[in-house]
Design a protein. Structure first.
Length: 252
């Protein structure tokens, strides 16, 4: 009787051990790549509950969520021979779990290395001004190249963003002087343009007065009116000789 109980307990233990090792549960964003005796099964398992054959099946868990990959700072020589230090971030996700496991040994390391080499290569083909002012264009080029290279691994790169561009101190001072000189140039151009427009208006006013002398008299009277409204007590103004000539000239 005792031997039978021991045997039954052993059977129950083996069944429980089998169930624990055979029954797997995956979350909604997870898939299982199953190798049966070393051969890849045609379809991934999951999400939810599924059963593996112990000893025969080996499972590799794959996460389908978007991964944030920080690209370490890279030393880059731009097209105009300026040394800069650039880091970036890439967002990618696995669209083919089987390729991500079978086609490459470690897709995270491989994607990181591809991103680093592509970052150095692409930024080295652009000048510093383009790197600073055309960031969106460079991001699009990086995303396209990295996505094309990681496509056979079942990886889709959705976004690549250049984060920081570190410029040497000497170059920063030179750029500051250049920006200051550019601001001064613009100020001088605007001032010259204002002087030109003012001279054009004065020329037009002179032409009007030349064609209509009474306009000068009206302007003179308007000036007197403006002076009369001031707080000063004494106003000295010239009297046009034409106004008093009839009184001082002898009659014919």
């Amino acid at each position: 009787m005792t031997a039978a109980l021991i045997a039954a307990a052993l059977v129950v233990f083996l069944v429980l051990l089998f169930l624990v090792s055979a029954i797997k549960v995956l979350r909604e964003y997870e898939r299982a790549i199953v190798f049966r005796l070393g051969r890849l099964l045609p379809h991934p398992k999951g999400p939810g509950l599924f059963i593996l054959i112990p000893i025969v099946d080996r499972m590799v868990r794959v996460d389908l969520r978007t991964v944030t990959l920080n690209i370490p700072p890279q030393e880059v020589i731009t097209k105009d021979n300026v040394p800069v230090r650039v880091n970036a971030v890439a967002y990618f996700r696995i669209v083919s779990p089987q390729d991500a496991i079978v086609q490459v040994e470690n897709f995270m390391v491989a994607t990181s290395q591809i991103a680093q080499t592509t970052l150095r290569s692409v930024l080295g083909q652009h000048q510093l001004d383009e790197l600073l002012s055309e960031r969106e264009k460079i991001n699009a080029i990086l995303q396209e190249i990295i996505d094309e290279q990681t496509g056979p691994w079942g990886i889709k790169v959705s976004v690549v963003e250049v984060k920081d561009v570190e410029i040497p101190q000497g170059m920063q001072r030179a750029m500051a002087r250049q920006a200051e000189a550019e601001r001064e140039r613009r100020a001088k151009v605007i001032n010259a343009e204002g002087e030109f427009q003012a001279s054009e208006r004065l020329k037009d006013a002179a032409n009007v007065i030349a064609n209509h002398p009474i306009a000068l008299q009206l302007r003179y009277l308007q000036t007197l009116l403006e002076l009369g409204g001031s707080a000063s007590t004494t106003v000295v103004f010239p009297m046009p000789i034409d106004l008093i000539r009839p009184f001082v000239s002898p009659p014919d």
